[in-house]
Ligand binder design. Sequence first.
Ligand code: UD1
Ligand code: CA
Length: 490
Amino acid sequence: MSIKTIILAAGQGTRMRSSRPKVLHEIADKALLQHVYETARSLENNQIYIIYGHGGETVKQTLASLDATWIEQKQQLGTGHAVQQAIHYVDDPDTVLILYGDVPLLKAKTLNALLHKVSLTTLALLTVNLDDPTGYGRIVRDKEHAVVKIVEQKDANEAELQITEGNTGILACKGSQLKQWLARLGNNNAQNEYYLTDIIEMAVEDGLTIETCQAGSADEVLGVNNRMQLAQLERVYQAEQAHFLMEKGVTLRDPARIDIRGEFAELGQDIDIDVNVIFEGTNRIGSNVKIGPNCLIKNSTIADGVEVLANSVIEDASVGSGSRIGPFARLRPQTELADHVHIGNFVEIKKSSVASGSKINHLSYIGDSEVGRKVNIGAGTITCNYDGVNKFKTVIGDGAFIGSDTQLVAPVTVGKNATIGAGSTITKDTPDDQLTLSRTKQLSVPTWQRPVKLAEIVPDNSPHSSHPCKSAEIVPDNLLHSQHSCKSEK
Ligand code: UD1
Ligand code: CA
């Protein structure tokens, strides 16, 4: 069976109150139209046509990579008119499937069930039972329960308005027949539009049976018309993602507090995810990984047995097995951590590799670096990798021990098993196995006095009285300023 899918996406979407076309609004970081496209793409032997409207150039440009034919509907004269724009691409034996760019959560399974019902004697229609069918076209059935037509809300009589079976708009039929029916459409109705829904009555007149089916859940056929519905469908989508993860053997402390905006290329077993974790892009997560609350993980690989502690951000990075990250760590793009690496709180790593067993536990910035095995980097160590224009590399040999508060001014290499004294500014390569330090000598000034507030010196009502340093309310308080003349009075 050759399928031609026509996706209607020409509507303005006024109720979104947005400068962005409606179908470009996103669920899980993906345009509504792209969700629909991907579902359609998953059907076999399918060619896709997208009807876009006035101002829809942005849609076409944004989603230019889709394998689809773009067709402009210059004036929006109704859903029937929209389908007409693509009809010359349809061959008689084709099965035509009609979808909507703003109905994003439809499942391929539902579409396959619908497509199976199409033949030259049947038209397949997806309907939905609703508590409140307001706004929907109503499915009118005869005494034998056979569908006879669809009546739009605005054209419906009192009895028809009571019908709770609504039209989703999604249908499938044979190309040869669709061509004939579209040619016969008129716009003599309440909205003066060419209604696609009118083909149902024509099909019945031509002796066809209307086969209806329903989606797995009503959420699948919900459309987005405003921001409330967008938020609602985002939640439905995320609930499905959470369900999928749990089915795969992932523990979620709260399935309502996880967001997956992308996919998992790999997913191990016994992953434990605490609340408010966001996954973006394509991630690979190994087995027995534990992720603490409030983490953001994007386009990254996390190997088996890794523990990511609260409030860590990991982006375009890879973390080797048994490593421990965070809390409050940031791994920026091109960070590659080998096995059993420890990255602690307030540590930022960018475009660097860290070999196995190394530890960077507190308050450090490591950028453009190559860190060897079993290196210990003390608190507050900074690689000075940037001169304002160029970036330079820092290499730290295996077994090196970098004392706290060291600045490594790149380009620079620290030798194997070298020790750097705390507080050093390292500007030249340091030898293997030796202690290197650069530090000004410590000195004490016995004559120095701690500064005091004026009020304490001059117990007077007037703040400016006889003190020689008239302007200052507080006497300058560092060592340099202790040479200030006002201090000479002591
Ligand atoms: C349509 C159906 C209604 C169904 C409802 C479900 C018709 C006549 N009515 O009504 O039975 O219950 O959907 O939501 O089909 N579009 C175009 N070009 C146009 C007109 C519409 O591309 O000229 C697109 C819109 O972007 C939208 C979709 O078609 O995505 C539906 O159009 P809309 O005007 O919203 O139809 P409804 O009145 O909701
Ligand atoms: Ca609509």
